[in-house]
Design a protein. Structure first.
Length: 317
């Protein structure tokens, strides 16, 4: 099934192709003889209710010196593009939300958007894990500093984080006797923002595991992001070391519970973050780790993803 595939992503000129999961998807789509199109950043628009964007034909290659080539730009209706990969990184701010609203119209007008725009709006990556509270560590979400402080006093050793961060940004480990607790709480809630507090999980020393779901089914290996030195964060962007592992029984149990709900919501490519046997995040915007797992285990995760996309397209028709 050959078709057009458009990609919405952060500027392609600045990606690191050796680690970029979106690039792996584009290589796979091209291997399948799909025609690729790059959506100009910030170009989504509506004309008389029709979802539109500036698109350029895209060619990709596994070449760290020149990994892409663009053809001429053209304003096109997005509904005429069978598959749209929505792979823009957070923050999920007002501009991002408005883009998902346009993409919902594109989907109603004929496209399959991966992941479903309604799910991208509804599933904050921190809060979505709390759809499954029995799988999560002890957690409170509040903008009330006294409520957060009381939680920390109860659990003694906690992690505090904003709801809209990524890559380990603005994540704090705090203990009940933390001298800077007031400053940290002010930084996280100072403009009325919600913050999340979770009981610290000592199993982080064994890695923050990224488990990938493809249309609800887990890839059989995960990438454990292991903190280095005195750092408690395992995020690769924070200096964590990635180590591939087979899924554990508890990883599979969590995936079996979360997967069907993600499939129901049209979340075709999802990354679960698991520490020990606890679910901490459900990543739906632009999950990563394809290239690391492909390399370590001779997989083709993007191939599995496009098999799932083709199955969805076939079911639509």
């Amino acid at each position: 099934m050959r078709c057009d595939v458009a990609v919405i992503m952060d500027p392609i000129a600045s990606i690191k192709i050796a680690k970029d999961s979106t690039f792996a998807m584009l290589l796979e789509a091209q291997r399948r003889n799909h025609r690729l199109f790059y959506v100009a950043p910030g170009s989504l628009a509506l004309t008389q209710g029709v979802a539109m964007a500036k698109l350029a034909p895209l060619t990709v290659r596994e070449d760290p010196a020149q990994w892409y080539e663009l053809g001429p730009w053209q304003l096109r209706p997005l509904g005429a593009v069978p598959v749209i990969l929505m792979r823009k990184d957070p923050p999920v701010d007002a501009n991002y939300m408005h883009d998902t609203q346009i993409l919902s119209l594109a989907q109603a007008q004929g496209s399959l958007v991966v992941n479903d725009p309604a799910g991208l709006r509804d599933l904050n990556e921190k809060l979505a894990a709390l759809l499954f509270p029995d799988l999560c560590p002890a957690t409170v979400v509040s903008r009330d500093r006294e409520q957060l402080r009381a939680f920390i006093q109860t659990h003694r050793d906690c992690v505090l984080k904003p709801l809209d961060g990524m890559g380990g940004h603005s994540i704090f480990r705090v203990r009940a006797e933390e001298d800077n607790l007031n400053v940290i709480l002010e930084a996280l809630t100072g403009h009325g923002q919600l913050a999340m507090a979770q009981a610290f999980l000592p199993a982080i020393r064994e890695g923050d595991k990224r488990v990938l779901l493809i249309d609800g089914e887990p890839v059989p290996y995960c990438l454990a992001r292991i903190p280095q030195g005195q750092e408690f964060r395992g995020n690769l962007a924070a200096g964590g070391r990635g180590e591939g592992r087979p899924l554990s029984d508890s990883d599979r149990r969590i995936a079996a519970i979360v997967g069907p709900e993600m499939r129901r919501r049209g979340m075709i490519f999802v990354g679960l973050d698991i520490i020990g046997d606890r679910l901490t995040e459900v990543n739906v915007t632009s999950p990563t780790c394809i290239r690391e797992l492909d390399t370590q285990f001779d997989l083709n995760i993007a191939g599995q993803l496009f098999d799932a996309i083709h199955a969805r397209l076939k079911a639509r028709h």
